[in-house]
Design a protein. Structure first.
Length: 736
């Protein structure tokens, strides 16, 4: 049974004390009736049992008032922020919605409460909140910056109140979150006092031995440290005054957390940290003389004390990107102790201390886009102590180009604005992206095109039959997803190509049709494909029937055979015969000497290898008794010798070679301007060489094509090929 919530006498007194203190600080900004409305809400929440103590046994009303006071005193919040803190801390979300705070307290209060509700819902997802992405997500989710300020104030207050709690498990959790979430948020806003307090308290609760060791050492050495600072400052002060400079000096001791970090980084004890404090020389000088007076002070200090040149930091000549300007030097002071000296002007010190170009961030935290300018305006509004009306214009558009979404396990991933479900899928893994069919966003099923929004929880849906599509490139926005998708598409095309080739070759074989690659390439072009990969993909996708391809192939082949027929069938009467020693026969035309004085035998030149005068050749006796002449390097030669060796007859050329033969040259080269003209020009100048056709395809700066010519013999062919190879850009010439 839940214990009834009641106020102790001490808590009642504390509520009254805090209310009076808050009223004293922001009374002039309160509207008539504000406090009475809050009292009624608190009374109603108590009567209806909405209030209950937290895991540490703390009173929610007292906590809310303490948080509101911190927000007022340390962060500059006023009426709207205080009202939002008190309402949100004492009412459940459902009751807040029913109350419609915008009607009772105004739109600003309602917006802040809405932001706190959203943040709480985000928190329940239990993500890995120590990441920078989660901090950025909080900022992008808050919309109104006062939400983040209230969160920081609330955590500072909680860290103060749990000092003596016995609940060590939750104390550790809260302290860890203070260290890796809230302290960096305070840092970004330049709330250095709160940042330092969060870090020191988290160290105190998480590593008490280290905290108390350093604290005791600092306390033990405070008197001597203050005396040493005075001994160091006094002679420097005198020399600076003699030089006529207007300045003031101060020394500051570093925080316990900062000292502990140095001890861990340098792997040494407390005594090994020599820069426990730093001396600042802040000079009053006009803008045009700032650098001069800073270097003058630098010269005076280094004349008095030996500097360590390795520790010089000149952010005066070249300021940091965040605007920080200063001279830092470490010198060997009295008693042989190293002392860090920072030299800057009043203006530089104001920039450094205001909070955004700040001293804490110059130690390594980088600027993010428009963060500096935006936060500077926020900080200026806080320091001005106005009624926070200026804050209303600061919608959180700082991360407008980014979205932060969760995996089902709570991992947080950052994407550019406009990223889709498909981007998320490819971010997880290429296989997940390739098989993605959609997703569940916050439990709702959506398509792959769905755009992601900050705070979404995304669960990818996949299917084994899904494959990447070309139009997906128009859906994905990230370069990572595009690269993975292009690779998947390339691999798919290669697989489709191999599969389609197997289908096509099997169909050709079944129909006992010889598949010649050159003719197939011509067929692909005639079918309207610019690249072969698209052709094969159509076959693999069953959008192109292999039977139609074969019919088109036969049409192209027959056309080429008719157009490029070398010579008609001739009777054996044209042969000159010779003796067995195969002596050359003198003739006025091309002559083929066939085996042993065979007569009356018709012969034709094979279409598969297109032999011409001068080629080494052999004869093949066909089924109808004629002879077909092939080149010895014909692609089909080995198969004919192996299977039909008994039908092979010897043949060679004789005579002078006066007939014209059609051949095709395959040329590959750079797609340079004028290269085709250069090639055709050489051919046109050659005697007794006629160009019958040219087919060129250019892609990615490379052209390839087939050149069909009529030529007398291999001697002229070799001469022509040598000349064509001299054309600049020609990489390869091959007879096919």
């Amino acid at each position: 049974m839940t214990e009834t919530f009641t106020f102790t006498p001490e808590e009642k007194k504390e509520v009254v004390r805090l209310m009076l203190k808050i009223k004293a600080r922001i009374g002039e900004w309160l509207l008539p009736g504000d406090l009475e409305k809050i009292r009624k809400l608190l009374a109603k929440a108590t009567e209806e049992g909405h209030l209950q103590r937290d895991v540490f046994g703390l009173n929610p009303v007292v906590l809310a008032l303490q948080t509101a006071l911190i927000a007022v005193e340390e962060e500059g919040l006023r009426r709207d922020g205080v009202m939002a803190v008190l309402i949100y801390a004492t009412m459940r979300n459902q009751d807040i919605a029913e109350m419609e705070p915008s009607k009772v307290f105004g739109e600003n209060v309602s917006r802040i409460i809405g932001g706190l509700v959203r943040i709480q819902e985000l928190y329940r997802k239990s993500p890995v909140i120590e990441t920078e992405n989660f901090r950025n997500l909080l900022l992008s989710f808050a919309e109104d910056m006062r939400v983040i300020l209230i969160m920081i104030a609330d955590r500072v207050n909680l860290m103060r109140q749990i000092r003596d709690t016995a609940n060590m498990t939750d104390k550790r959790r809260v302290s860890e979150e203070a260290a890796y979430l809230y302290a960096p948020l305070a840092h970004k806003l330049g709330l250095y006092k709160l940042k330092s307090e969060l870090e020191d308290l988290s160290l105190k609760y998480l590593e008490p031995d280290a905290y108390y060791l350093i604290k005791e050492k600092l306390n033990a050495t405070k008197k001597s440290r203050d005396a040493y600072i005075e001994r160091f400052i006094q002679p420097v002060k005198e020399r600076l005054e003699e030089a006529g400079l207007h300045f003031h000096m101060k020394g500051r001791t570093k925080s316990i957390h900062s000292i502990w970090q140095k001890m861990k980084k340098q792997q040494c004890g407390f005594e090994g940290i020599y820069d426990l404090f730093a001396i600042r020389i802040i000079i009053d000088a006009p803008l045009e003389k700032e650098k001069m007076v800073c270097w003058q002070a630098f010269s005076i200090v280094t004349d008095m004390y030996q500097p360590n040149p390795k520790r010089l930091r000149d952010w005066l000549s070249v300021p940091k990107t965040n605007g920080y300007e200063s001279l830092h030097i470490t010198v060997l002071g009295p008693e042989q102790k190293w002392v860090e000296v920072q030299i800057r002007t009043e203006r530089m010190d104001e920039v450094a201390e205001r909070g955004l170009a700040a001293h804490w961030r110059y130690k390594g935290i980088k600027s993010q886009g428009g963060l500096d300018e935006w936060l500077t305006n926020i900080r200026t509004a806080l320091e001005a102590g106005d009624d926070m009306q200026m804050m209303d214009q600061f919608k959180m558009d700082l991360y407008e180009d980014e979205v932060f979404v969760f995996t089902p396990k709570g991992d947080l991933i950052k994407f550019p604005k406009g990223a889709t479900v498909l981007d998320f899928a490819y971010h997880i893994h290429s296989g997940v992206g390739n098989s993605c069919t959609g997703a569940r966003i916050n439990g709702k099923v959506v398509p792959i095109r769905e755009v992601l929004h900050s705070g979404d929880t995304v669960e990818i849906i996949t299917h084994s039959n899904q494959t990447p599509k070309q139009d997906w490139l128009n859906i994905v926005k990230t370069s990572r997803a595009k690269a993975k998708l292009r690779l998947a598409l390339k691999e798919a095309r290669q697989k489709d190509g191999l599969y389609a080739k197997e289908i096509l070759e099997r169909k050709f074989k079944n129909r006992k049709i010889e598949l010649v690659e050159a003719t197939l390439q011509h067929t692909i072009k005639r079918l309207g494909f610019k690249v072969a990969s698209d052709f094969y993909k159509k076959i693999a996708d069953e959008k192109l029937d292999p039977t139609d391809v074969i019919e088109k192939y036969l049409e192209v082949r027959d056309y080429e055979n008719n157009a490029l027929a070398p010579i008609p069938t001739r009777s054996a009467e044209e042969f000159s015969f010779e003796q067995h020693d195969e002596a050359l026969t003198q003739a006025t035309d091309d002559v083929l000497v066939i085996d042993k004085n065979l007569k009356g035998i018709d012969f034709t030149l094979a279409k598969c290898c297109h032999p011409i005068y001068g080629d080494p050749v052999f004869g093949f006796v066909t089924v109808n008794g004629g002879i077909k002449v092939h080149r010895t390097d014909c692609p089909n030669a080995s198969e004919m010798h192996r299977r039909f060796g008994y039908r092979i007859v010897k043949a060679r050329w004789s005579g002078k070679g006066t007939s014209q033969y059609n051949i095709t040259l395959h040329i590959v080269g750079n797609d340079d301007i004028g290269i085709v003209n250069n090639i055709t020009s050489i051919i046109s100048k050659e005697e007794k060489i006629v160009m019958r056709g040219i087919n060129i395809d250019a892609h990615d700066g490379i052209f390839s094509g087939n050149l069909t010519i009529q030529i007398e013999d291999t001697t002229r062919l070799e001469t022509l090929i040598r000349k064509l190879r001299t054309v600049k850009g020609v990489k390869q010439i091959q007879r096919i």
